[in-house]
Design a protein around this ligand. Sequence first.
Ligand SMILES: Nc1ncnc2c1ncn2[C@@H]1O[C@H](COP(=O)(O)OP(=O)(O)OP(=O)(O)O)[C@@H](O)[C@H]1O
Length: 212
Amino acid sequence: MSRPTALSVRGVSKRFGLNEVLRDVDLDLEVGEIGCLRAMSGAGKTTLLRIIAGLERPDTGTISGARPGDTAMLFQEDRLCEALTAVENVAFVHPDRRISRSAIRRDLAEILPDHGLDRPVRQLSGGMRRRVSLACAMHYPGHLLLLDEPFTGLDPGTKEVVARYLRERSRGRTVLAASHGEQDAELLGARTLRLSAGDGWEPRGPEEAEKT
Ligand SMILES: Nc1ncnc2c1ncn2[C@@H]1O[C@H](COP(=O)(O)OP(=O)(O)OP(=O)(O)O)[C@@H](O)[C@H]1O
């Protein structure tokens, strides 16, 4: 028996001036499912995520299942408090104000080296900052997680570690991730959702995505 639908996108279109970015996009994710949006650069992945998050208005179409206050988002650019450490950044967004710093350290230590935990994040490398941003998104409350390019700046080995962290931390939540990488859907255990020009998003299995 299939699980209930968590997110439903129907007939979403969006243009910026003459640039038609999304045309009649349909997409469904079940509760607890991970979907991976695959498309060329500029095809509208970020625009679609922003529309789902309520940050951009579609020209046509409807979204159900993305409620304000119940949706966490990893933005394409890192949005961190630069003077705070990695641990402090996560504590800042964590819903449990009493969470101990040591609990956050243990969590972050799964994806960051020790020397990255207690320095202001402005001193960290791009890939380390990305991991801090991802941890913040994973700890932000919300049944729906929207992740725009979660693996930016990560080497293949680190990507695997981060994908495992992401799968474990998102358990039970519904995730929609936009990604460029060939293997990313597989790493995430995700269903591939692929844009074919003009037709909207087509759900496809990971094995089909391999061939593209
Ligand atoms: N606010 C905006 N005003 C005008 N054009 C925009 C705006 N936001 C996005 N676009 C255009 O919409 C198109 C899709 O952009 P979008 O960032 O959604 O693509 P993407 O698939 O996420 O790309 P990438 O993989 O490179 O991040 C691009 O041509 C972009 O220039």
